[in-house]
Structures are given as C-alpha cells and as structure tokens.
Design a protein around this ligand. Structure first.
Ligand code: XUL
Ligand code: CO
Length: 439
C-alpha cells in the first residue's frame, strides 16, 4: 500500500515533550471524570477541509497539494483521497470522519452518475472502515456549492431545485446509513435570503421543514437510528440565514414538529459569527435537550467571517468541555471542521493542525473536570437562586401558586427590597484561573 504521508504514527509524549509531531496532552487511555479521554472525545476528520481544501481563497489559487498523486476530478483521485484519509486518521488515532456527498466523489451533471460514483466509493470506504475500525460520525449533502442552489435548496423558489435537493439528501442518507454514520447533518448553506423584496420568508421556512420531514420519514424507513442535526449559522454565504443560532434552530424544530428526530451540531466559529460565545450556544442546545454534536474549530476576533481555524484557545475549549460534561457527553462527536491557514501548506502541517486541536480539547477536558470537581461555581450558582427554594414567596412562585395579586401584596409589605446579591463575576473569573493554573 502506498504511503501518502512521511509522518510516523503520532504518540502521546507528555506535557514536557518538545516533539512537534507528538501529543503533549491528548493521552487516549487516560481516565478523566470516570472515562477514557478517547471516549470523551470522539474526534472526527472533515473530509472536505482535510482532504480537499488547498488554500484557495478569493484572492488566489491553492497552495497545498491535495492531489495525492492523481488527477483531481477523477474517481482515481476520489480513491486516493480515501487512501490518504485513512492513513491520516490511523496515524493520528482519529476514530471518525464526516463527509458531504461531493467530498467523496466528483459531482456529475446528472444525479444518476453521481449516485453510481457514490456507490462505488462507499464500497471502497466500507472496506477500509472494516480494516481499521474507523467509523463515520455523520454525513451530509452539499446543497450550496452548485450554481443550482444559488437561491437555496429547501428554500429555493424552484420546485425542480427542491426536487434535486431531495434526491441528494436521499442518496447522502443512503451512504450515511451504509457507512453506519451516527448522525446526518443539515447545514443550511444557502437556506436564507438577501432581500425581502424578492423573498417569501414564511413559505421558504415551511419548505425547509417539508424537506426535513421527508428526510426523517425516509431515513427512519431505511433503518437510520442516529440523530438528524441542524448546524446553526447566522450568515455567510447568505446575509440572513434561517438557522441563525441554537435558539432559532431549536424553536424552528419545535415549531415544525421535528424536535424528536433532530438535535443540533454546534460549531464554534458559527457561534461567534452570531455574536455568541461557543459555550452560550452549547448551553442553549443543552437546555433544549438538543446538544448532539460539535464542529470543533475557532474564528478570529479580528475577522468577521468563518475562518474555520483549528482550535488553540484552551479557555474556550475548557468552557466547551464544561458544557459537554454537564450534558453527560454527546451522542455525536467532535468534528474538526477546520483547515490549515493558507501559508501552512505542507502535508506535515495537516498533522500539526490536528495535534493542536486534539491537545487543545484534551486540555479543555482536563480543565473542565477540575472546575466541576472544585465545585465552587456550582455552589455559587445554587446559592444565587436559593431564595426560590428556601423562602415562602420563592416556593409559591415555583409551585405555581403565586399570582400577580399575591406577589403584589407581598411586595407592598417589603417596603424597599434588598438588592439581589452580588454576581461576584470577578471573584468567579479568578476561581477559574486558580483552578486552571494554581497548584
Ligand atoms: C460551513 C460548515 C459546513 C458544515 C457541513 O460553515 O460548517 O462545513 O459543517 O455542511
Ligand atoms: Co461546520
């Protein structure tokens, strides 16, 4: 078998290590919070970025060679990508991958040819999965790159485009089921609009829900037991996207009766584009019972777009893992929807990027466990709301017995009420620093 990467298997060498091609914090068998790191952190490789993105941007051609020795746009290239991808995942001990249909094969003009190509490549991938034990985290259909989707897929004004999208979803679901995927994602790439002057927002949202219902009906009939996910994003490529953030997507799923089958796939860079923190989005998903999976990446505070960088922010990863541990883990996993920076164009850089991301999340996990074990944050929050548990008026509110009248009588008796108690934010922020960096 041809070797694509002249990089040895990446091992754990400990925090004092200096080897750039070793893990310093990700120690797969180390037990944290009662489970092995590798169980807490089912990492996934995004086929599109890792095996496809070559650094092309609005200002210039690609710099990274992702040909893997074959002519791009051919099935030979599709197979070389699979070979390289499995070698990459094995060398890094990554257990999962995620894909769009057209990441796996070149798209033909007619869908029948694309479908036949997908059958061929999924047989090929399945064999590799059997040999390596590597599994599929989730699949999806790319319904945003092809020009036919310029007005959206489920939200397109054209019934023919809607039908084409439905056919793509059906096939992407078939492949996901064939590869044993844990989930199936809808990222509403162009499900949004540029101007109300030409858009029937109510109709478009209803049509997206129609397409999702069709996917649930077909998937369940075909034996898909996993979760469907919406991946919220506020903008880019469209000015307004319907799945703006976790709260919007959760409300959409409930409005259209999709909440039993769907959860959310929360992406860090999408959270910040929506003006939220990553942990805010995770919390909103979790309290809706919808925290399913994570696209692990980060944006850049100085740039207003989706830069899909590999995560290096340990503080953010800590707050993420805090939410994940409190949620009792994920049914999905951690997909590095991230790409190397354009000037980091070598094959070795691809490994270093994943090492960075995996080490960052390992640190996040270790820190989050420390914060939870320390207990001061939980204790403070419990005390902060204790008046609802410990006082007659609080109990009357929670039990539903209180009315505006009864509370008015109570408030009138209070005279000038006490202030509600300090939020002690700065003290708690220092607690976090102490737990992370203190001895
Ligand atoms: C785009 C994005 C997608 C989805 C899958 O911002 O995150 O790659 O994860 O379509
Ligand atoms: Co994503």
């Amino acid at each position: 078998m041809k070797e694509y990467f002249s990089v040895p298997c990446v091992e754990y060498e400990g925090p004092s290590g200096k080897n750039p091609l070793a893990f310093h914090f990700y120690d797969p068998d180390r037990v944290v919070a009662g489970k092995k790191m590798k169980e807490h952190l089912p990492f996934a490789m995004a086929w599109w970025h890792n095996l496809g993105a070559n650094g092309t941007d609005m200002f210039g051609r690609g710099v990274a060679d992702k040909s893997f020795g074959e002519k791009e746009g051919t099935m030979a290239h599709a197979k070389a990508k699979a070979d390289a991808g499995f070698e990459f995942m094995e060398k890094l001990n990554i257990g999962y991958f995620c894909f769009h249909d057209v990441d796996l094969v070149p798209e033909a003009d007619d869908i029948k040819t694309t479908e036949a190509r997908l059958d061929e490549i999924s047989d090929y991938i399945l064999e590799k999965m059997d040999k390596t034990g590597i599994r599929c985290l989730w699949g999806t259909a790319n319904m945003f790159s092809n020009p036919r989707y310029c007005n959206g897929a489920g939200s397109s004004n054209s019934a023919d485009v809607f039908a084409f999208a439905a056919a793509q979803v059906k096939k992407a679901l078939d492949v996901t089921i064939k590869l044993g995927g844990r989930g199936y994602v809808f990222w509403g790439g162009r499900e949004g609009y540029e101007t109300l002057l030409n858009t029937d927002v109510k109709f478009e949202r209803e049509n997206i829900a129609r397409l999702m219902h069709m996917a649930v009906d077909y998937g369940r009939k075909a034996g898909f037991k996993g979760d469907f996910y919406i991946e919220p994003k506020p903008k880019e490529p469209m000015k307004h996207q319907y799945d703006f953030d976790a709260a919007t997507a959760a409300a959409f799923l409930k409005e259209f009766g999709l909440d039993r089958d769907f959860k959310l796939n929360i992406e860090a860079n999408h959270a910040t584009l929506a003006g939220h923190t990553f942990e805010h989005e995770l919390r909103i998903a979790a309290i809706n019972g919808m925290l399913g999976s994570i696209d692990a990446n980060q944006g850049d505070a100085l740039l207003g777009w989706d830069t899909d960088e590999f995560p290096c922010d340990v503080y953010s990863a800590t707050m993420c893992m805090y939410e994940v541990l409190k949620n009792g883990g994920l049914t999905g996993g951690f997909n590095f929807d991230a790409k190397n920076r354009r000037p980091s164009y070598t094959h070795e850089d691809m490994f270093k990027a994943f090492i960075l991301g995996m080490d960052t999340f390992a640190l996040g996990l270790i820190n989050a466990d420390k914060l939870i074990s320390d207990g001061r944050l939980d204790k403070f929050i419990a005390e902060r709301y204790s008046s609802y548990r410990d006082t007659p008026v609080g109990k009357s509110i929670l039990s539903g017995k209180a009315t505006l009248e009864s509370l008015t009588t109570y408030a009138e008796g209070l005279g000038k009420p006490e202030l509600p108690g300090s939020g002690r934010q700065e003290e708690l922020q220092r607690v976090v620093n102490d737990v992370l960096f203190g001895k």
